[in-house]
Design a protein around this ligand. Structure first.
Ligand code: GDR
Length: 328
C-alpha cells in the first residue's frame, strides 16, 4: 500500500444512522469515502466528501465492478433490512438482504482480490440479536447464538459466512457484534427514537398518545457515534477477529421512558398505551454485552451513558419539532 495516498472506504447502508456517523469519522481521518445507496433510498443528496453509488444487497451484480473501479482498502457492510419486527412479515426478503447480501459482498471481494491482487478489509455489522434467547446474563464472543427472529437468523448466517471467508480464504474479515446503538439519527421505527420523538411532540402539544409493544424487554443501549469508532478500530488491527461492542449496562423500555419523558418533566404513564401490533411472535427478553475484549484489544470505551443518550435524543427531537412546527 502507498502510504502517501488517502485510504479509500466503501460503506453500504451509508444513508442509515451508522453510515452517517461512520462516514463522518472516516472523512475526518482523511479517507476518500464511497457509499452504496439503494435505488429507493430517501434522498440524502450528495453530501460534501461523499461519493454515492447505486447498489442493493439483494442484487450483487455490480459489486465486482464497483470494487474494481473504487479500489477500496476497507468495505463496511452496514446495509440490511434491520427492523426485527418487520422481519417476521418479510422473512424471505430479510434472509436475502440481511443474510445472503453479506455473502454477495464476501464473494465479490474474494474474486476482486484474485483479479486485482490487492487486499481489502471487510467489516460485517453483526448483531447482539444473534444471542436471542440468552444462555448467560452477560454475553461475550463465546456466548452461543440462539436467534429469535428471521432477522437474527439472517445475521447468524452473515456472521458465519464472514468467519468462513476468513478461515477458508484468509480474507481480512471482522464481525462487530454490536448491541443496540442509538442517536438522534436513529430510524423512527425503533423503540428509543419512537419514544424520544413522541416525548418531544407531547411536550409541544402535537400529540397525546404513544402506542408501544412490550415494555418489559431489556436492552444494552449505547451511542452510535461511539460504536462506529469500534468498527474502524477492528479494521486497523494486525489480525482480523470478532468483537462484542456494548456498554455493559441494561435497561428496560420503562426505564428508557422514565429517562426520556422525565427529562421534559412528563409522566409517560399518562400517555403510553399498549398496542399488540408492536408485539413480536418471539421476543428477545434481555441483552447485556461484555465488551472487555474490545476494550483490551482495540482500546475502545463507550463515552455516553443510557441516561445521557435519552437526553441527547429528546433534545434533538424537541429542537427538530420546534423548527418543524414553525414551518407548518
Ligand atoms: P431491537 O430494537 O429489536 O432490539 O433491534 P427495537 O428498538 O426495534 O426494539 C427494542 C425492544 O423494544 C421493544 N418495543 C418496541 N420496539 C419497536 N421497534 N417499536 C415499539 O413500538 C416497541 N415497543 C416495545 C421490542 O419488542 C424490543 O424488545 C435493534 C435493531 O437496530 C437491529 O437491527 C439491531 O441488530 C439490534 O438493535 C442490535
Amino acid at each position: 500500500m502507498d502510504d502517501t495516498l488517502p485510504r479509500v472506504a466503501l460503506i453500504t447502508g451509508i444513508s442509515g444512522q451508522d453510515g452517517y456517523y461512520l462516514s463522518k469519522l472516516l472523512i475526518e481521518k482523511g479517507y476518500v469515502v464511497h457509499g452504496l445507496i439503494p435505488c429507493n433510498a430517501p434522498g440524502i443528496g450528495e453530501p460534501p466528501g461523499l461519493n454515492l453509488h447505486y447498489g442493493d444487497l439483494a442484487d450483487g451484480s455490480n459489486f465486482g465492478t464497483l470494487l474494481d473501479t473504487i479500489k477500496p482498502d476497507e468495505v463496511y457492510n452496514l446495509a440490511a433490512q434491520s427492523h426485527v419486527r418487520l422481519s417476521f412479515d418479510l422473512p424471505i426478503y430479510t434472509a436475502d438482504v440481511t443474510g445472503v447480501g453479506v455473502l454477495r459482498w464476501l464473494e465479490a471481494i474474494r474474486q476482486h482480490q484474485q483479479r486485482i491482487g490487492r487486499p481489502v478489509r471487510f467489516y460485517q455489522a453483526s448483531s447482539s440479536e444473534m444471542f436471542g434467547k440468552v444462555s448467560t446474563p452477560i454475553q461475550n464472543e463465546q456466548t452461543p447464538f440462539h436467534p429469535r427472529s428471521p432477522y437474527a437468523c439472517a445475521k447468524v448466517f452473515g456472521f458465519w459466512q464472514t468467519v468462513n471467508y476468513r478461515e477458508a480464504y484468509g480474507l481480512f474479515a471482522c464481525n462487530g457484534i454490536l448491541f443496540n446503538h442509538e442517536s438522534p439519527r436513529r430510524g423512527e421505527g425503533f423503540v428509543t427514537r419512537k419514544i424520544t420523538q413522541a416525548a418531544a411532540r407531547i411536550k409541544l402539544g402535537l400529540q397525546d398518545k404513544l402506542m408501544l409493544g412490550n415494555l418489559d424487554s431489556q436492552r444494552d443501549w449505547g451511542f452510535a457515534g461511539d460504536y462506529v469508532d469500534a468498527m474502524w478500530r477492528m479494521l486497523q488491527q494486525p489480525q482480523p477477529d470478532d468483537y462484542v461492542v456494548a456498554t455493559g449496562e441494561t435497561h428496560t423500555i420503562r426505564e428508557f421512558l422514565d429517562a426520556a419523558f422525565g427529562h421534559l418533566g412528563l409522566d409517560w404513564h399518562k400517555h403510553v398505551e399498549q398496542d399488540p401490533r408492536f408485539l413480536r411472535p418471539a421476543e428477545v427478553d434481555t441483552l447485556r454485552g461484555d465488551a472487555s475484549k474490545a476494550k483490551r484489544v482495540l482500546g475502545w470505551e463507550p463515552q455516553v451513558s443510557c441516561q445521557q443518550l435519552a437526553q441527547m435524543m429528546v433534545e434533538a427531537d424537541l429542537a427538530y419539532q420546534m423548527t418543524n412546527d414553525k414551518c407548518n
